[in-house]
Design a binder for this molecule. Sequence first.
Ligand code: HPA
Length: 250
Amino acid sequence: MIELGVIGGTGALDLFEPLRPAAGELQTPWGAASMAPVPVSLGQSQAWFLARHGQPHRIPPHRVNYRANIGLLQSLGVRQVIAINAVGAIAPNLAAGDLVVPDQLIDHTWGRAHSFSDDADSPLQHIEFAHPFAGPTREALLAAARASGVALHEGGCYGVAQGPRLETAAEIARMAADGCTMVGMTAMPEAALAREAGLDYASLCVVANPAAGLDAEPISVAEIHRVLEQAMTRVVALLRALVMAPASKH
Ligand code: HPA
């Protein structure tokens, strides 16, 4: 049984070796997932890979069926999820290309199906969420980074924006005042749904750009894609180090 799930952005799939074609079923009780997960080899180990925005990349962050994605991974036997999230840097110590493992978030998303507790037939859950990313997977990721020498920032607060537009400078100034050190569009409701589903969820953020208003130049989406593509080899190196760690359960 493959217990590790990797939820990634498009482009990452090319860096993994698919072992077999996709697992087939894409439909779930919550509708269609972004894609049928693909088993990939990761060093000596294996993981299920699911591209959050579909393969090819086409689903905007506010239209991702987060419940279907998490529900499908859970039904395949996944117990631990590493989510790869592109973010803009708010804190001055973060630069394009950096990796960050956040420990907090502030959710500004709206109108997304954000809970499995959604009707009278589903069990009502009030999950504990004070530390949204805390758990053994996050600890393993940090340990793997230290052991393998892949540089990353430990901790940070992820401000989750609705998208798909980028933010205004004032929105970023407000997020900074609130303590957000980075901004992205995809950690929620994914992290909360994973917790509801009993999956241990850690986020690995890739800084793609300075957030809105923090650089003299306007944000370039082409540049974001270039930075993300370059950073992905370090992401894969880190995931390989994670599954090779002696304490790893994968
Ligand atoms: N804002 C929101 N999401 C993002 C950004 C950003 O600046 N960069 C990459 N994802």
